[in-house]
Design a protein around this ligand. Structure first.
Ligand code: PLP
Length: 352
């Protein structure tokens, strides 16, 4: 059965981005594959990444994601970045999943066969132990022989002003200097692009950049290619006559007879409803307007003058010219939210 909406995942683009980012960081990568690999498909991306020489391991946000990757038996470390519930700790340790530790209590709850990554809160104020407390926790974990890594997370490394990122780095290094040498990691994509090689770091964790996106002011730093192309199928073609309204709320009225293609991609699939009356798609390589309210399962496209037939594919973003960044802008959001919002009904396929 042909799916109505398809995400084509380019293996070459992903591999190229990973190589370029590892070269920029000067370290292997702990690749974030959380949130279904930023919408690209957890299994598919993890399988490709596991055979890339610059990928040390895979980072996830939930125990379920960790268990899903573990079941693939890819032979790469899986690191959980957010604290699991107490009853999930031992099962995750049994799977070999590396566990985050942000408090003395969490450290003490780890079984002897666990491997810990100590999380230091250097200014994000989200997770982890404050630097002073972190040193004591790290020493405890090291004495037990279960400290594998130490990490922190930047709050502003994707911005032009890097002064706070440098302050966070300073606080992080102070913790590292008080601990035995373990795998230290701090750079997200913004940090990898903006800060480059960081003395003393063993790994980098670029997420969005690995999938091909960088903040505008960092686009020149490293060549990145968007990994995903999103296409959906035309399910009907018809004419809206002059003066007729289209879709919910009648927001759009045909100024002239307009040929409309109804396409099987809507907000339940991840197309931002806020992009209504702004969005465009590519029909046979030509930019065409999305007409009226974007619906749950579909949207309508002006294909006047093109001999479009049901079954034809239109492109929402990808290799031909429209990007996720364009869609994010129309939808008043960011690439992260568009990509991670792509629904289950969209079939992901690996292509060259
Ligand atoms: C999501 C996440 C990353 C990746 O961030 P990007 O901005 O996508 O590069 C890195 N580290 C942690 C702890 C994260 O939660």
């Amino acid at each position: 059965m042909q799916s109505r909406a398809h995400a084509l995942i380019s293996e070459a683009a992903l591999r190229g981005n990973l190589s370029a980012l590892a070269a920029r960081a000067g370290t292997p990568l702990l690749l974030p594959v959380k949130a279904n690999a930023y919408g690209h498909g957890l299994t598919l991306v993890s399988r490709v990444a596991a055979t890339h020489q610059d990928v040390w391991g895979l980072a996830v946000a939930t125990p379920r994601e960790a268990a899903q990757i573990s079941a693939l038996e890819l032979g790469k470390p899986v690191v959980l970045l957010t604290p699991p519930a107490p009853d999930e700790v031992v099962p995750l340790a049994d799977l070999g999943v590396r566990l985050p530790v942000g408090s003395q209590a969490e450290a003490e709850a780890l079984p002897p066969h666990a491997r810990a990554h100590l999380k230091v809160d250097t200014g994000m104020n989200r997770l982890g132990a404050r630097p002073q407390e972190a040193v004591a926790i790290g020493q405890h974990l090291a004495e037990r022989g279960i400290l594998e890594g130490v990490y922190t997370h930047f709050a502003t490394a994707d911005e032009e002003d890097l002064s706070f990122a440098h302050e966070q780095l300073k606080r992080f290094r102070a913790v590292l200097s008080a601990l035995p040498p373990v795998l230290a990691h701090c750079a997200n994509g913004g940090g990898t692009l903006s800060l480059g090689k960081l003395e003393g770091m063993a790994l980098a964790r670029p997420g969005l950049a690995s999938y091909g996106f960088a903040p505008a002011h960092l686009r020149e730093t490293v060549p990145l290619t968007p990994v995903m192309t999103l296409r959906a199928t035309v399910t009907q073609v018809h004419t809206a006559q002059t003066g007729e309204s289209v879709s919910y709320g009648g927001l759009w009225r045909a100024p002239r007879d307009t040929t409309l293609a109804t396409v099987g991609f809507g907000y339940a699939d991840g197309y931002p409803r806020n992009a209504t009356l702004k969005a465009q798609v590519l029909v046979r390589g030509e930019r065409r307007a999305v007409i009226g309210r974007i619906c749950m399962d579909q949207c309508m496209v002006d294909v006047t003058g093109l001999d479009v037939r049901p079954g034809e594919q239109v492109e929402f973003w990808g290799a031909q010219g429209l990007t996720v960044s364009d869609v994010a802008q129309w939808g008043e959001t960011v690439e992260y939210e568009v990509l991670t919002g792509i629904g289950e009904r969209v079939e992901r396929t690996l292509v060259d």
